[in-house]
Write a protein that binds this ligand. Structure first.
Ligand code: MG
Ligand code: ZN
Length: 223
């Protein structure tokens, strides 16, 4: 039985092949892309709504919105003014894979797109194993979660380039320790960029937009 390739390994290598195709297509068009991962309820969609309202007139944003059930998030993003939104309803699957993203991309007009956001299913475990062809993963945490999450789900924090700590307006209403979560995150990934935001008060959002626009501009300059 030693020569048998485990099923999961086969699935992942097929996934990597498709992800490489996606990455090639996005690079060719110089589209900056990120894969947004988090637990359910961290505020991914709210952050995207704010982002679309704030910079959507300067940069063309396309979003692939993954959810286990319902297209509610995609509807919210359309209402926020995003013209290019594709929902993926996984029908139970707890993560997006490259094949799902590839199919969704075929239905998106990427001609003038500057930024592609892939909003993953809320889950900090298996989305870390699936490359979707993105430039980077961004993990969103909120202050309503445990500040030890980076230690409990290290793979996700290790594979992310940025950690957004959202809902900072709620600091002080629980035992969540901002300095502790940052220290824990940096313990598993010393190169993590950390941005603190509140979609309710707007705190930190300018820094988030500036960071994002810098990445988009940087990608455009790449040959
Ligand atoms: Mg959402
Ligand atoms: Zn999964």
């Amino acid at each position: 039985m030693a020569e048998k390739v485990p099923f999961e390994q086969k699935v992942l290598s097929e996934n990597d092949r498709i992800a490489a195709e996606i990455r090639g297509a996005l690079n060719q068009r110089k589209i900056f892309s990120f894969n947004m991962v988090s637990s359910p309820g961290s505020g991914k969609t709210s952050l995207l709504e704010k982002t679309i309202s704030a910079i959507g007139s300067q940069v063309n944003i396309a979003v692939i919105a993954g959810d286990v059930q319902t297209e509610n998030d995609a509807q919210r993003l359309l209402r926020a003014g995003c013209k290019l939104v594709r929902p993926i309803v996984t029908g139970g699957a707890c993560h997006l894979d490259a094949n799902m993203v590839s199919r969704a991309l075929k239905e998106l007009e990427l001609e003038n797109t500057d930024l592609l956001v892939i909003e993953n299913v809320g889950n900090l475990v298996c989305p870390s194993s699936y490359d979707l062809g993105e430039d980077m993963k961004i993990v969103v945490m909120s202050t309503t979660e445990g500040d030890d999450k980076p230690l409990k789900y290290p793979a996700m924090f290790r594979r992310s380039s940025v950690m957004v700590v959202n809902k900072i307006d709620l600091l002080g209403t629980s035992d969540f320790d901002l300095e502790m979560v940052k220290a824990n995150a940096l313990k598993v990934n010393g190169t993590l960029t950390i941005i603190e935001t509140s979609c309710r008060t707007g705190a930190g959002l300018d820094q988030w937009y500036a960071w994002l626009q810098e990445q988009i501009a940087h990608k455009k300059q790449k040959s």
